[in-house]
Structures are given as C-alpha cells and as structure tokens.
Design a protein around this ligand. Structure first.
Ligand code: FMN
Length: 459
C-alpha cells in the first residue's frame, strides 16, 4: 500500500513575534520585514519550491494585556503586536505562485457575514481556488472592548454564534448563485441569468440577512474550512464544519486521543472520519548532522525569550502568570479564553518556573531536533502513532526554518515515499482531499445548494 503522504503547512502570521518569541533578535531572522510585499512573495515562492500544501496565517484581533495587566512585554518583544491583516497578503502571493494554498485566519465575531463572504470569494477567484479559512471567534477581552463590547461573549455562546454565521455563509456561497447562473454571452447581452441568482433570506438569533451574494461562484465556493478549538463545544463545531483541524499536541499519546476525538466528531455529524485532516503545530531544527542541529538549537535558545512566551500563554489562558512566585503552584481556573490551553494546567502541578522552562524556545510547541533522517523518522512516527495527517511547521528563525526543512527534510521524506514529489492539479480542496473542488455531499454546507431551477428560459 502506498505510504500516507504527510500534509504540510507553513505556520506564520503577519507580524514579528509569532510562536517562538524573542527570535526576532537573531541576526539571520528577517521577520521585521513583514511590512513589505517582497517578504511575503519570497516566502510564498520558497514554500512552493518545497511543495508545501499551504501557508497558514494565524491572526489576532486585540492585544495580549493579561500578563502584568499591561502591553509592555508584548510591545518590547513584539508578541503578535504590531499585527497586520492576513487577507490582504494573498493577492500578491497568489500572483507569484501556482499551487500554494492559503489558510487564512479571520475572526467572525467582529465582521458581518455578508461582507466577509465577499472578501473570501474575491480571494478564491484571484487565487484560482486556493484559499482556506481558519474559523476563529476570538478569546480576548481586549478585542471585545475595542469593538464596543464590555467583555467577551461567553465561550460556548461564541460557538453558537459561529454555527449561525456559517449557516449564513453557506447560504451565500453555496445557495445564492446556481451553477450555470453565469452565461457570459455578449451576443445575447446576458452576463448572468435572472432566475438563477437567489436572494438569501436568513432570520436567526444572531443574524438577519436578506440579500444576494455579491460575487459569482468562485472555484471552491466555500473556502476549505479550518478550525482550531478543541473544547467539547469546539469539537461539536469541528464535526459539523471543519475540513482541517489544527491542534497543538503535547505528546503522542494525548495527541492520538485528540485526533480520535476529532474523527469521532465528524462521524457524529454524519461524515467520514477522514473527512477532517488533522494538523499539529511543530518546531523543527534540522542540521546536516545531529551535532550541527543541536548546535543550532543552542544558538536559537540564546536569542529566545521564555518570558515573552509565558506572556503570550497568559493571554491564551486569561491567567496572569506574573502574579505567581517562581515556585508557587498555579491555580487552575476554567477559562473563558482557550479551554484547550488551560486543560494542561488542570493537575495544579504547574509553576511559573516550569512554564518558563517549557517556553525555553520562546513558545510551547513540540520541538524536533536532529539530522534529516532523525527528523523524518520522528515525523513518520507521529503520523503513524497518532493518526495525524500533517503538520503546521512554525518558523523559529525566518525564513531559515522553512529553508532548512525544504533543503534537508523534504528530500528525505520524498525518498521514503511519505511526501509528494509534485503538486496535484486543481484547487486547494482537490489537492488536499483528492476529490471535488466543492464541499463533499455529506458536509452540512452542501445542503444549502440550489438545485438547478426549473424555471426554464427566464430571459
Ligand atoms: C493550535 C491553535 C491555534 C489557534 N490559532 C488562533 C488564531 O490564530 N487566532 C485566534 O483568534 N484564535 C486562535 N486559536 C483559538 C481558537 O480558534 C479557539 O478560539 C480557541 O481554541 C477556543 O476554543 P476551545 O476552547 O474550543 O479550544 C487557536 C487555538 C489553537 C488550539
């Protein structure tokens, strides 16, 4: 049987400090160039050279003001602040690539679905079907206040709102324009056919929408749907909507449990277990030899900021870790922020010292260090032992982390048959799922399609 091909996204963000904090001070790191188009177009070309499936761009609305109840550390260490808009990067990168996908994070809480539907359709057109959407609802009180609320919407209610948001989007993306609505016939003077473009009527608890989708159908209609929450309510949402789920695993045993839960959530929603591809965030430090890789690791550590990493984690959990003495036990509290992040604190055996040690590289993702063969062994073992489909590869020093992976690990994986040697044709969905450009039939979004209208000639 052919080996399972490892899926691979580069994990990035339109900012300086993303996951591994402090590394922006490394002399070879270029992340302070994030404001230039060339930084992104060069990155896109590099990733396409490495046959990456996608560039996954995280995003945040709001600032990380939980640690020390201030934004001093985030400003000094540039912890996802400043942060520019991810969607506006795509046209430039799509223009210099043919196959690379774009997983774009957008927070639905603060943007009406009608406008968001148009922005994503526009990018799906311009990229010829290469966009995905990482559906997030936010977890920061600082964002809520900046957007005119007094505090965050409650955790589970955010998902209720997201369910309805998706319903509106399916109506717009899948239901408003029938296949064949666009005739584009200059002789007949008909661009789009009346009768085949339908008004969406949505009257729900959160949204009222009466209107036509402004865009003609894009190659995928609905972009490939990513999601990252993994609380019980998050899993229910993933089962219904997600096509790709992003998790931050801590060890293989726990990751397998998590992957199994994601697949079970799909089955619960009437889908196939493999209808959801599961990606884990991962740091890789590779060298031509194991010794060189560890040398690089030591060098990186000398630039990392564990404190900045912990300040970021404070925002993820809504717990100000600065208020604890170094060895004082940290009390677990159920969070209104990211519940999957606080879960690790549930044993009440964490201290600030332990957190700082965990964030030695400025972040808390698992780190593989070794020769190309050792890294490939570990990647294959993660896939076979946990059921994961692929990885979101972080940058430690950028673009060095990606370039090292492409030059050293990709050829090794290809030699073993566990990584593609060429892109498949088609849209992002076709490449990742080897099926149609559109949502599969068992996905809830497909039920909003209009069957071809029987109105005959409506001209
Ligand atoms: C690995 C991972 C990556 C995430 N990336 C983002 C992000 O880029 N932007 C964002 O606003 N939220 C992000 N989140 C937060 C989730 O979208 C979600 O709001 C959060 O996990 C709360 O859901 P949960 O309690 O179900 O886990 C991420 C969460 C995880 C676990």
């Amino acid at each position: 049987m052919a080996k399972k091909k490892i899926l691979l996204n580069a994990f990035n963000m339109n900012c300086i400090g993303h996951i591994n904090h402090g590394l922006w001070t490394h002399p070879r790191d270029t992340s302070t160039q994030y404001k230039t188009i060339e930084y992104w177009t060069e990155l896109a070309k590099t990733l396409e050279r490495g046959l990456f499936d996608g560039l996954f761009i995280a995003d945040i609305v709001g600032v990380y003001d939980v640690y020390q109840n201030s934004i001093d550390v985030p400003l000094k260490e540039s912890i996802q602040l400043p942060v520019n808009d991810p969607l506006l990067l795509v046209s430039a990168m799509a223009a210099v690539t043919q196959n690379l996908g774009f997983g774009l994070t957008a927070n639905l809480t603060y943007e009406p679905p009608y406008l968001f539907a148009r922005r994503m359709s526009t990018l799906d057109h311009l990229s010829r079907g290469r966009v995905g959407w990482n559906i997030v609802t936010g977890y920061l009180d600082s964002a809520a206040k900046a957007m005119g609320l007094t505090e965050q919407v409650e955790h589970d209610r955010r998902y209720d709102q997201a369910d309805e948001y998706l319903e509106v989007l399916y109506k717009l993306w899948e239901g408003s324009w029938e296949d064949g609505a666009v005739l584009n016939d200059p002789q007949a003077r008909v661009y789009a056919q009346p009768g085949k473009v339908h008004k969406v009527e949505h009257h729900g608890g959160f949204y009222q929408v009466e209107g036509y989708h402004l865009c003609e159908p894009s190659p995928q209609r609905t972009p490939v749907l990513f999601q990252a929450g993994s609380s019980d309510r998050g899993l229910l949402f993933a089962g219904r909507h997600a096509e790709c789920v992003f998790i931050s695993g801590q060890n293989k045993a726990a990751t397998k449990v998590q992957v199994d839960k994601v697949r079970a959530s799909a089955v619960e929603a009437g889908r196939n277990p493999d209808d959801i591809k599961v990606f884990m965030g991962l740091n890789v430090i590779v060298g031509a030899t194991e010794a060189l890789a560890w040398e690089k690791h030591a060098e990186y550590l000398s630039y990392a900021s564990p404190e900045a990493g912990v300040a970021h984690f404070s925002a993820s959990t809504a717990i100000d870790f600065a208020q604890y003495e170094l060895d004082e036990p940290i009390q677990y509290v159920k969070s209104n922020a990211i519940q999957s992040a606080t879960k690790n604190l549930q044993n009440n055996d964490w201290t600030r010292r332990k957190l700082l040690e965990q964030h030695a590289l400025g972040g808390r993702y698992i780190t593989l260090v070794g020769s190309p063969e050792q890294v490939a062994d570990e990647l294959e073992s993660w896939i076979s032992e946990t059921g994961l489909d692929g990885f979101n590869l972080t940058r430690i020093v950028t673009p060095e982390s990606y370039v090292d992976f492409i030059d050293l690990v990709v050829p090794e994986l290809q030699k073993r048959g566990s990584y593609k040697t060429a892109y498949e044709t088609g849209t992002l969905r076709e490449k990742v799922f080897h099926g149609s450009a559109r949502l599969p039939e068992q996905h809830t979004g497909s039920t909003y399609r209009q069957t071809a209208s029987l109105t005959g000639n409506t001209l």
